[in-house]
Design a protein around this ligand. Sequence first.
Ligand code: SF4
Ligand code: SF4
Length: 376
Amino acid sequence: MRYDRVEWGASRGLLTFSVTNKCSARCGHCLACSGPSEEGMLTAKDILTAYRQAKEVLDIHVVVFTGGEPTLLGEELFDAIAAVSMDGALTRIVTNACWATDDHNARQMIRQLREAGLDEINFSMDDYHSVWVPPENVAHAYRAARSSGFSAVVLAVAEGPKSRVGAEWIRTHIDPDIEIVPQEVSSRAEGPAPAADGTVYEVSSHGYSRVGRARRMRDDLVIPDPLLDKQDFRCMEVMNVVVIDSTKEMGACCGIRLHGNPVLTLGSITDDSFASLMERGFDRTILRAIRALGPRYLLNLARAVDPGVRKRSFYCHICEICEDVTLNPRALAALATVEDRIVADVEARLREETLARQGTASEPAGSDLVPSGLAR
Ligand code: SF4
Ligand code: SF4
């Protein structure tokens, strides 16, 4: 069955490569469950093959390289960035700055990344990262990245009620003037304007999300979002920000770890074309419901069918709800028994949206959410 693509909204033109699950760190809260003993890396050739296939069906504006620690790819990463950049897409990496052990090493890596054509660099840091990578590394890397020609330099920091390394730590130890942009769980804030050198500098501050390795994080270390228990937030990322992981699996989003997730994993790009995997995602009932009605709708429906389906006492992030649905065989079994109802509810919602667009009805209830601020 084919569906009208309007239901997925405009593509954000963003393609993410989780180029390796290997990492110099093994953070206790890593959504990707990365670590030093993980294996597998994409090559530049793998990345470019998938990128070209993606371009046949999507208007790709931004390519993100994440992991794991993407710089562990070395020359393969530089080659991939160079080729994508030459092709006209904006490039971004997300790194823990393990390479910035001093100012000299930091400058060397920043120069290589800039020479390859990298546009944006995101540094991940917080208490959990600091067990493995001293936060001073980020200070070295930030100094090296300043006025090097990046369009954006972002320090992404996760914080809880007991955090030590947070946005204020960054202001005290790295840059007293950097703008802090809190990424509220239920909304996404606008970033600051570029500085005089043309670069946007910002701290993107967000709460912890208990997904991946953080799944069992203690309640007193996180900040609940009471709205998530009251409102059906729809996910605007699903099928709009697809990811290719280090095993060449394509996923419907990069909000949580794909591996072993039967709903969000679409299939291997070595077995199927990018286009056919997109079609598979577009046609998947649970993904359509995540987009149109939200993960909370699915969790509540699963619990109505089977009251034994687990729900947490509170939620901090929409992806926690999504993981509780998509990784729980009992929830998926319950939802499979009411698939016709889910399809009908999605279709009803889409009809409401169509009427609202045509100006013949008011906007349907529910809120759009672009999940952000997850630790990887
Ligand atoms: S809610 Fe999170 S995990 Fe679920 S599809 Fe959206 S981004 Fe992915
Ligand atoms: S959170 Fe980042 S730095 Fe930490 S293990 Fe995961 S990928 Fe590595």
